[in-house]
Design a protein around this ligand. Structure first.
Ligand SMILES: Nc1ncnc2c1ncn2[C@@H]1O[C@H](COP(=O)(O)OP(=O)(O)OP(=O)(O)O)[C@@H](O)[C@H]1O
Ligand SMILES: [Mg+2]
Length: 381
């Protein structure tokens, strides 16, 4: 009577949700920007957002939108060989993919030396210098231009990127844009890291990039996500239960997936295809514990004691998640308010705190307060 159904919720970082909540207008702007031409501001995009706010998912969505217009996606990973991999592996593969099935057949089994042959074929006396990032991008963009499509480069974890690599990549993209090639660069990272990178010399192009800050999903969009995802998975959820799930996950995409996933599991154990408020309510504590393990612990990992003390003070003073006056924090710590300014600034840069109103502070991530209060052993003495 009750078939086991696959859980449609995806509480896993970097994995796209079954139903994407509340990012329609952003996706629409991006899609239009691709079709618009090299003059569109959406050709250089910087996405920032707190951990778990859906940055990687947004990059995946942008890639899909670009692929739907016939664009080629190139992923860049922020490691020490970032540009080397792009220039000597990713780009040659993409170029080979564009050179038609006939050529492909010819090249099977020749692999690396075959790739070398493509680029030197028109240059029998090897008088040209070795291909560079720019020359290979141009080669690919020229092939794509014949089909009226372009190149989308995505870079995740922007905060870990070497500034020199970023500079070189941005320069290459800018170079192609200046010659009216269809190319777009989208990078995503944590707010603190993005700000830090932009303060460097040599990031002028990126400073002019379109900035997108991913924030919480609206309550209505969140409720719709619970309803639609549950239906997509083959079950029903009460409207009240979807409202409660949206309330528990406070518009934070990762906790939305967690709440949905756990409520789904509860329904499976209860052998029902109908999720009720009782089931959603019963997983609330587990959502908070999982948030602690998967989100809070990692984000507190490298926070020094001086800053941790402030976070604990806020957790203690905050009344049910309400913002806390900086003066009250200082009073609790028995210091003058201006003695906290350095740590306060650091915590804002880390994306752990925000200033909801002048003179006040609050946590960025939902349930951080609960996590700290539940783990007093990590409080510095
Ligand atoms: N718009 C959305 N609607 C529903 N779920 C979403 C949405 N965006 C992201 N998610 C879900 O939220 C979780 C986190 O998404 P993602 O990995 O993209 O976050 P992130 O910002 O890249 O995090 P990190 O900073 O740790 O890299 C995933 O489980 C994903 O499925
Ligand atoms: Mg990510």
């Amino acid at each position: 009577m009750h078939p086991t159904r696959a859980n449609p919720f995806r509480p896993t970082f970097g994995v796209s949700p079954t139903i994407l909540a509340g990012r329609d207008s952003l996706l629409e702007s991006f899609t239009l920007g691709l079709a618009e031409g090299p003059g569109s501001p959406f050709r250089a995009l910087l996405i920032s957002g707190a951990r778990g706010m859906g940055k990687t998912v947004m990059l995946n969505e942008f890639e899909d939108a670009a692929a739907a217009q016939g664009w080629v996606k190139l992923r860049v990973y922020p490691d020490s060989s970032m540009l080397d991999t792009l220039t000597n592996t990713t780009l040659p593969e993409a170029i080979r993919d564009q050179t038609g099935p006939g050529d492909k057949r010819m090249l099977t089994g020749v692999s690396i030396s075959g790739i070398g042959q493509i680029t030197t074929a028109a240059d029998p006396d090897h008088s040209h210098p070795t291909p560079t990032l720019i020359s290979r991008l141009r080669e690919l963009a020229t092939l794509l231009r014949q089909r009226a499509s372009g190149i989308l480069i995505t870079l995740d974890e922007l905060q870990s990127t070497d500034i020199n690599h970023l500079h070189e990549l941005a320069t290459a993209v800018q170079d192609l844009l200046r010659d009216d090639f269809d190319i777009a660069l989208v990078a995503a990272g944590l707010p603190e890291g993005v700000e830090r990178l932009l303060q460097h010399e040599g990031t002028t192009f990126l400073r002019r990039a379109e900035r997108i800050h991913l924030g919480e999903v609206d309550h209505a969009d969140s409720v719709a996500m619970f309803l639609e995802t549950t239906t997509a998975g083959g079950r029903r959820i009460d409207r009240d239960a979807a409202e409660l799930a949206a309330h528990i996950s406070v518009g934070y995409p990762y906790s939305m997936q967690l709440t949905g996933s756990l409520a789904w599991a509860r329904a499976t154990l209860d052998k029902t295809d109908h999720i009720t408020t009782r089931q959603v309510e019963s997983v609330r504590d587990e959502v908070i514990r999982r948030m602690g393990m998967q989100v809070h612990e990692p984000s507190l990992h490298s926070v020094p004691d001086g800053e941790l003390t402030i976070l604990y003070a806020i957790a203690e003073l905050s009344d049910n998640g309400e913002m806390v006056a900086t003066g009250d924090i200082a009073a609790l710590m028995k210091v003058k308010p201006n003695a906290l300014s350095v740590q306060r600034r650091q915590l804002l840069r880390r994306g752990l705190l925000t200033v909801p109103k002048y003179g006040y502070l609050n946590f960025v991530l939902p349930y951080m307060r609960e996590h700290l209060l539940a783990n007093p052993q990590h409080r510095p003495l």
